[in-house]
Ligand binder design. Structure first.
Ligand code: TXA
Ligand code: MG
Length: 353
C-alpha cells in the first residue's frame, strides 16, 4: 500500500491508495500530518488539492508559500459533510442548504459569510469563505480522519494548470509537500463551480464541474459573465486574474461554428510556425494528422475534454512548443468550464472565425 516512488523527494512521503477503498493506514498518517500542521496533497473529483488544517493559520500560510500564491487570493475550505457548514460559515441562507443537499458531495463551492474561527489569511482578509464537500473517497476519508475542515487550493504552483495526477503535483511542488496521496487521475479534470451566495444575490464566480444548467433548477436566471483582468482593473474578483491556468507557451483560441472555416484558419496558423502544438478533439485532431504540429487529443465531447485539458497543456509545455492553438467548445455543460479555462490560459487571445 505504502511505497515511495523513485522520483519522490526524500522528505516527502508519497502514499499510493486505491481510489475507491483507500487503506486506513495511509489515510491516518496523512490525517496526523494535517493535525500537526503539515501539508497533504490529496485527490478530489475535480483536481488535486494542497491541504492544511483550516483552523491553523501558520499551516495555511505554508500553502501560500508552497504554491507561490499571492496572499490576496483566498483558499477553498473542504468539509466532510453539510453538517460541518455552520462551523465554517455564518448567516447561512436556506438556498445553501438546498444546493448542498442536491450537489454535495460534489464540484460546487459556495461563497458564504465566514465564521470567526476561520483564520483571515485563509480568506485573504475577506469576511467571506468558499466551502465545498468533495466527492472523492480519499478526500472524504482524510477529512473524517483529520476531524477538521481542510483548506485546499489546487496543488499546482501559482499560474500553472491545475494538477489532475499525482505526478503533476510532484512536478510543481515536490518537497514542499509533506504527504502526497496518490489515487490516480481525477475524474472531472476541471475545478469546482464557484457560486457566491452573498447579499447581492447568487453569482457564478467560476464555471466548473457542476453545470449552470443544473444550478438553474434552483436559480432560474443564473448566468455567467466572464470578467477578465483588464476589463475591470480596479476590482478583479478573486480567481479572475489572468495568467491563472496557463501553460508556459502562448495559447491562441479559435472560435466559430463552421468546422471547415475554423480548420482552415487553424491550418493557416500551423503553417506559419515551426514549433507549434494543438489541443483538439478527435475530429479536429484527425483533420490535422500529417501537419507539422504536435497534437494532444482531448477525446470526444466536453467531459473528455475537461478531463484531459490541463494534462494536455502540461504535455505540450514539456515538448517545448512556442505556441499552442485550441478550439473553443460550446459554452454549455462542462464546455463552459473548458471555454473559461482556455480563455484564461490564452489571456483573452481569441480568433473569431
Ligand atoms: O475543484 C476545486 O475547487 C479545487 C479542489 C482542490 O477543491 N480547488 C481549487 O482551489 O480550485 P483554488 O484555490 O485553485 O481556487 C479557489 C478559487 C480561487 O479562484 C479563489 O479566488 C476563490 O476560489 N475563492 C476562495 N475564497 C473566495 C471568496 N471568499 N470569495 C470569492 N472567491 C473565493
Ligand atoms: Mg487553482
Amino acid at each position: 500500500m505504502t511505497q515511495a516512488a523513485k522520483t519522490t523527494p526524500t522528505s516527502m512521503r508519497r502514499i499510493c491508495l486505491d481510489a475507491k477503498q483507500p487503506a486506513a493506514e495511509g489515510i491516518n498518517f496523512a490525517a496526523e500530518t494535517i493535525g500537526s500542521g503539515g501539508l497533504v496533497a490529496f485527490p478530489t473529483e475535480t483536481v488535486y488539492g494542497l491541504g492544511a488544517k483550516a483552523w491553523d493559520a501558520s499551516a495555511v500560510d505554508k500553502i501560500f508559500r508552497a504554491k507561490g500564491r499571492p496572499a490576496n487570493d483566498p483558499l477553498i475550505v473542504h468539509i466532510a459533510s453539510m453538517e460541518q457548514l455552520p462551523a465554517v460559515a455564518r448567516e447561512i441562507p436556506g438556498l445553501a442548504y438546498a444546493l448542498g443537499r442536491q450537489f454535495w458531495p460534489g464540484a460546487l463551492t459556495l461563497v458564504l459569510k465566514k465564521a470567526t474561527k476561520i483564520p483571515l489569511n485563509l480568506t485573504a482578509g475577506l469576511d467571506t469563505v468558499a466551502v465545498r464537500v468533495p466527492d472523492h473517497p480519499v478526500a472524504l476519508a482524510l477529512l473524517m480522519a483529520a476531524d477538521a475542515p481542510i483548506a485546499a487550493p489546487s496543488a499546482n504552483r501559482f499560474s500553472r494548470p491545475s494538477p489532475t495526477t499525482a505526478q503533476h503535483v510532484l512536478d510543481d511542488l515536490g518537497d514542499a509537500v509533506d504527504v502526497l496521496l496518490d489515487a490516480g487521475k481525477t475524474a472531472i479534470g476541471v475545478e469546482s463551480t464557484i457560486l457566491s451566495l452573498l447579499d447581492e444575490g447568487p453569482q457564478v464566480l467560476r464555471p466548473g464541474g457542476v453545470s449552470l444548467e443544473a444550478l438553474r433548477e434552483f436559480i432560474p436566471k443564473l448566468d455567467f459573465r466572464p470578467r477578465l483582468l483588464g476589463e475591470d482593473e480596479a476590482a478583479p474578483a478573486p480567481g479572475s486574474m489572468l495568467k491563472h491556468y496557463s501553460p508556459r507557451a502562448r495559447l491562441l483560441v479559435f472560435q466559430g461554428d463552421d468546422d471547415l472555416a475554423v480548420r482552415a484558419a487553424m491550418g493557416a496558423e500551423i503553417e506559419r510556425h515551426q514549433n507549434i502544438g494543438l489541443m483538439a478533439d478527435d475530429a479536429d485532431a484527425a483533420a490535422f494528422c500529417g501537419f507539422n504540429v504536435k497534437i494532444e487529443r482531448l477525446g470526444t465531447g466536453d467531459e473528455q475534454a475537461a478531463k484531459r485539458l490541463f494534462a494536455a497543456m502540461r504535455a505540450l509545455d514539456e515538448q517545448g512548443v512556442d505556441l499552442i492553438i485550441a478550439r473553443a467548445p460550446e459554452k454549455r455543460g462542462l464546455g463552459l468550464a473548458v471555454w473559461d479555462r482556455l480563455l484564461r490560459a490564452a489571456e483573452g487571445s481569441l480568433v473569431e472565425v
